[in-house]
Write a protein that binds this ligand. Sequence first.
Ligand code: MRU
Length: 344
Amino acid sequence: MRNNETVQALEWTGNALKVLDQRQLPETIVYDEYKDAAGVTEAIATMRVRGAPAIGIAAAYGVVLSVRKQYAQSNQWRQKVTADIDRLAKSRPTAVNLFWALNQMKAVLAKQLDNPLAAILACAEKIHRDDIAANHKMGELGADILAGAKGVMTHCNAGALATGGYGTALGVIRSAYQRERINVYAGETRPWLQGARLTVWELAQDGIPTTLIADSAAAWLMKSGAIDWIVVGADRIAANGDAANKIGTYSLAVLAKRHGVKLMVVAPTSTIDWSIDNGDQIEIEQRSQNELLPACYLEEDSLVSAWNPVFDVTPAELISAIVTERGVVLNPAEQGVRGLKNAI
Ligand code: MRU
């Protein structure tokens, strides 16, 4: 392993948020610098930054930028910051980490401090720091479960690029690989290709060899006996353990059941939505058909359209383990994740 933190999706410079433009990876490594909340909102909506925890952290810094700008300029600063927070909340609908982080920032603002700047920055930095610590903890807990496995497959990108650093699913794979060599497979993850463009690149930065497969090769890979586990992240987990993640995760879960492969979902507790009983209540983001359709079908009178839901929900009964920084829930279909709520 070279350096776990080489890849960084986000960096706070002291007066701006630097965002690695993930649309351009792996060919081009370019950071954009944002100095206001509107810019951060746009960066999340356009997926320059993506992945549930990273979206939450970026939004928290977006609120810092809003307070810095509005507090200095206007007596009406609270209303303006509230409007910025409302716009940030509309950037993407599925990952609950976004709303969780914004609620933390709102709670600090509600304290009516004379000068909120220091407190609001401290809150964003804590969200960022805690996420990295949670990932390292989950990495070890997940690697314990993978002991003896010869092969794992992951889907989408749940790595350093999608978090404050180290990653959730990829954190587990990193920790497991440090203990014992393991064969790693990554699905390309159509249509946005998070697996093909981000995951294999990120793992290569750490010297971890990865085999890329077409999404449609997953069943055949499982039938070959090459993998024991599928390890993925999540965007929102309901109290009963149902988990929303990148489109295609549900198909993998169904295939895994058929082939005796186990499914591990790795996510910090900031990804749990305690307010919903089950996955039916999770809003699934639909993105533009332009992200899926070949350009020749985009004309107005085209007879070809696309349906582009970018997440799906895997029922708890298809999940073998949910790994969080507060502990592991095996067979979540039995009790859900409610027992983690008050765990430390
Ligand atoms: O559309 P994306 O790329 O934001 O979707 C990301 C995922 O689905 C990840 O698996 C999830 O956010 C977990 S990231 C640690």
